[in-house]
Design a protein around this ligand. Structure first.
Ligand code: AR6
Length: 175
């Protein structure tokens, strides 16, 4: 059986999913946007774990498109999957592949941890400046391809109804 894809509005830090995804940066040391919200609500445990991952596995930082997992501290989720989306003004022709890799690797890490549900924010579309329509199409098609082979329930969460409507419209036009 295939998984499902749904859209909702809300705050990702409130989601009681097996995995929520953090739109992080290579340093894994926190930041603004979703990243800031997750570390604020989740408490210091998450940062302790990302620091260890930096020391042991990624001394030069997590490359764009890769993903790693930590536990979720005080959050209702079980795991936080930290990924790094591309910075739009720096990625040129590789932007779509890097954004797709961020989604695909997050799904794979969560799936390998045994998660069958996951919540994504709109990676790269905030501070990293990725055009929202194009990002929506890449997000949806990457998730669809993955869940064909690895059934999971995937939720895209948006901070406001406008962003959700935009995602819906951009991905409907695709079909
Ligand atoms: N719940 C759901 N969505 C949210 C939340 C939330 N609590 N907060 C923001 N969004 P961004 P990026 C939406 O900027 O573009 C950080 O500093 C937001 O409206 O969080 O990948 C990192 O450390 C937007 O649509 O992520 C990096 O340096 C989307 O989530 C950099 O920002 C993503 O916006 C990453 O930038």
């Amino acid at each position: 059986m295939r998984g499902t894809i749904r859209l909702k509005t809300g705050d990702i830090t409130k989601e009681p999913a097996c995995a929520i995804v953090n739109a992080a940066n290579s340093s894994l040391m926190g930041g603004g946007g979703v990243d800031g919200a997750i570390h604020r609500a989740g408490g210091p445990k998450i940062l302790e774990e990302t620091k260890k991952i930096r020391e042991t596995r990624y001394p030069d930082g997590l490359p764009t498109g890769e993903a790693i997992a930590t536990t979720a501290g005080n959050l209702p989720a079980k795991y936080v999957i930290h990924t790094v989306g591309p910075i739009y003004r720096l990625c040129d022709g590789s932007c779509p592949d890097l954004l797709a890799a961020a989604y695909r690797n997050s799904l794979r890490v969560a799936y390998d941890l045994g998660c069958r549900d996951i919540v994504f924010p709109a990676i790269s579309t905030g501070i990293y400046g990725y055009p929202k329509e194009e990002a929506a199409r890449i997000a949806k098609s990457t998730v669809e391809a993955f869940i064909q082979k690895h059934p999971m329930d995937v939720t895209f969460i948006f901070h406001n109804p406008q962003d959700m409507a935009l995602f819906q419209k951009a991905t409907e036009e695709n079909h």
